[in-house]
Design a protein. Structure first.
Ligand code: FES
Ligand SMILES: [Fe+2]
Length: 366
């Protein structure tokens, strides 16, 4: 699990204006709430007084109020009132981490990390939103008992289709049918079924809005550690783009926010059966993913036997290593040792400007 990326926190619908919402992910506890203008906020859930869960409290005057002794924290994470202290100003240390939020496509996303805005890996956009001739649907949300990296790797694995997805025609793909190329904050592969040259293929797939695409190709890529995209271009006006935003709830459970776009069978009345079809395919993947061992990918490539067709997975792991070297990887073993004894917070951007925070930052791999 990695800090310094955008993560889906909950759906827009799951966050009403009355109740704060508890979310545990990436080894920390978070609270999300809405202010009176509808703006969403995501904070560390642990009250800096004596560890109350802010999510069990109430939203009052655009603040979340701790249920234990009534301390109120605003959307910036600043404590603005301590009832037992009358009108005195709360001390500077009375604050919790607050994360940048973007609400898009019916999902509340938060940037869980402390990078300044200019350095943040961007949230991957759903390019088809608002484009004529495209229908965007979702989010459809589901949870799986698997580590999120295993799930992303499954999307980066063209070889499994032949065995896991018989109902989709069990497409047989061999390692020489694709190559891996780098994209911004990630890498991708494209399998060509239609006899195009590599360059034509790239151009066609880059233009996801090109409804004239006659090509027959499909590809996937990852953006950051937890966003996975798949494009399927069938002949004619039959293009399907899938976006999977993955939230690592724990080192063994993942919540997936799925958004899909298509330029055919338009009309929201088609959403249900299309989602059903997608979820049926996902169930075939999940049955495999929930039984992988070890649950998390081994620390070195030598503990699995990689073949040329695993190139997209290998490239993904190289990116993860790079992010680990930047100091963004959460130390899961330290997390396990401290469970129940230590409350950590993922450091928020404000920690760069001020010190004096009550919770220690989450342990990271050195
Ligand atoms: S624990 Fe939150 S106000 Fe005391
Ligand atoms: Fe699959």
């Amino acid at each position: 699990m990695y800090i310094n990326f955008w993560y889906p926190i909950c759906t827009a619908e799951e966050l009403d204006q009355e109740n704060p919402r508890f979310i545990e992910m990436l080894g920390v506890r978070l609270v999300a709430f809405r202010d009176s203008k509808g703006g969403a906020h995501v904070l560390s859930d642990v009250c800096t007084h004596r560890g109350g869960s802010l999510a069990k409290g109430k939203v009052i005057d655009d603040c979340v109020q701790c249920p234990y002794h009534g301390w109120s924290f605003d959307g910036e994470g600043q404590c603005v009132a301590i009832p037992s202290m009358g009108d005195s100003k709360p001390p500077a240390r009375a604050k919790v981490d607050s994360y940048p939020v973007e609400e898009k496509y019916g999902v509340v996303f938060a940037f869980l990390g402390n990078l300044p805005e200019a350095e943040r890996p961007p949230l991957y956009e759903v390019a088809e939103v608002g484009q004529e001739g495209w229908q965007v649907s979702g989010p459809v949300v589901f949870e799986i008992d698997a580590y999120f990296e295993r799930s992303v790797e499954n999307g980066l694995d063209p070889l499994h289709n032949e065995f896991v997805h018989p109902a989709q025609g069990a497409p047989k793909i061999e390692s020489d049918q694709f190559e891996v190329e780098d994209a911004e904050w990630g890498s991708r592969f494209i399998v060509n079924f239609g006899g195009y040259t590599q360059a034509e293929k790239r151009q066609k797939v880059a233009q996801t809005s090109d409804t004239e695409t006659e090509g027959l190709n499909a590809g996937s890529w990852h953006h950051g550690p937890n966003t996975l995209l798949t494009e399927i271009h069938l002949t004619g006006n039959n293009d399907f783009i899938q976006y999977f935003y993955e939230a690592p709830l724990s080192p063994s459970r993942t919540r997936i926010f799925f958004i899909s776009a298509r330029n055919n069978t338009l009309g929201a009345e088609n959403d249900d059966w299309i989602h059903e079809t997608y979820l049926k395919i996902a169930a075939e993947d999940i049955a495999i993913l929930e039984n992988l061992w070890p649950v998390r990918t081994p620390d070195t490539l030598t503990k699995e036997l990689m073949m040329p067709g695993d190139a997209p997975v290998i490239r993904y792991r190289e990116y993860l290593k790079d992010w680990e070297k930047r100091g963004w990887r959460i130390d899961l073993k330290a997390l396990k040792r401290g469970k129940g004894d230590t409350a950590w917070a993922i450091p928020c951007p404000a920690r760069r400007e001020s010190g004096n925070w009550v919770l220690d930052p989450i342990p990271l791999v050195e």
